[in-house]
Ligand binder design. Structure first.
Ligand code: SF4
Length: 330
């Protein structure tokens, strides 16, 4: 873990009780607004508070976390949590992700994540902003399942998990993005000093990234593709590269980060290598987990290029390439 202490200093400081998780600090940053304030003005108040990060000694009557919840509710009513920007009113309709109300498919102490993260209180939401034809988790990402849990009830569970040994709260799905209002409301009730992990495909809108700033301690990102064509064909999303690269840059400059890359068969030249090259030039200190566990699942049999496990030769080639360009492997 020596190297990871250098890459994730805040994460370790929170675990050791030397610093507070971002979301706890957010509760102590006073702001002033009311429900009639325009959204444009609310963003100005938000951005000023994030810049100064001026903490008060006592809980203020209105905090930056409250303001983030207000802004998230407004986004929810004209949904643009992700760059699909469906603009649906989620109080009455679903967008492409099929998420209206947040449903939790499972919540448990996960021991299958990166060693530095386990045991991790992992909260799997149903639904996803992507439609990956090879999804290994398609039963929860592409079908609506799970149940609604009151945010206050989830917060109690999160606090209880800390006593059972959880090192962090790991927001995932599917993808956590459509559930941001719910997540912020749960955090309003939480008290545990636990790092917050955003485990995501990073197709969030800029507005979502702004709301996550000051809440998320570690981004656990899933960098899938090295070009827009593969992203469109296999996950049905547009403009993948510019959006995901933009959000990786933001994450890198506002929090700590671990990048995951799942190597896919026949996608070494078009995806794996360009991704690693971009990482080495833009977010060079981020640790990268090169994952070899791809198996053809869900609809992958209909796509000849990905209808087999990744080979040892492919994994070895990409790991060698990563070493050559000095990627920080996990
Ligand atoms: S989160 Fe869902 S509803 Fe909202 S913009 Fe994205 S796909 Fe559409």
């Amino acid at each position: 873990m020596g190297d990871l202490r250098c890459s994730l200093p805040r994460y370790f400081a929170i675990l050791e009780g030397e610093q507070a998780a971002h979301y706890l600090n957010c509760k102590y940053i006073p702001v002033t607004y009311d429900s009639s304030t325009s959204t444009e003005k609310l963003w100005k108040v938000h951005d000023a508070a994030i810049t100064t990060m001026d903490l008060s000694d006592e809980l203020p009557s209105q905090s930056l976390l409250d303001l983030k919840i207000e802004l998230a509710h407004r986004i929810f009513q004209n949904c643009h949590f992700c760059e699909r920007r469906c603009a649906v009113d989620r109080r009455t309709a679903k967008g492409t992700c099929h998420v209206q109300q947040s449903l939790i498919a499972s919540e448990f102490l996960h021991i299958g994540e990166e060693r530095v993260l386990i045991p991790s209180d992992t909260i799997f939401f149903s639904g996803c902003t992507f439609q990956c034809v090879f999804c290994q988790n398609w039963k929860i990402s592409q079908q609506i399942c799970g149940k609604y849990t009151e945010p206050a009830t989830l917060a109690t569970m999160i606090d209880k998990r800390k006593h059972q040994g959880s090192l962090n709260v790991n927001w995932v799905g599917g993808d956590p993005t459509p559930n941001l209002v719910y997540i912020l409301e749960a955090l309003k009730h939480c008290t545990a000093n636990l790092p917050q992990i955003w485990n995501s495909n990073m197709y969030c809108s800029q507005e979502t990234m702004k709301l996550l700033n000051g809440i998320i301690d570690v981004y656990l990102t899933d960098f899938k593709y090295g070009n827009d064509e593969c992203a469109q064909r296999l996950s049905k999303v547009n403009d993948y590269m510019s959006i995901v690269q933009r959000n990786h840059r933001t994450a890198y400059h506002t929090a700590e980060m671990i990048i995951r890359h799942l190597v896919m068969p026949n996608h070494i030249t078009c995806c794996s290598k360009p991704i690693l090259k971009w990482i080495s030039k833009n977010v060079a200190d981020a640790p990268v987990n090169i994952m070899a566990q791809y198996r053809p699942e869900y609809q992958a049999k209909d796509y000849k290029d990905i209808d087999r496990p990744v080979s040892l030769e492919e994994i070895s080639a990409i790991k060698q390439y990563a070493n050559t360009i000095e990627i920080h492997g996990l």
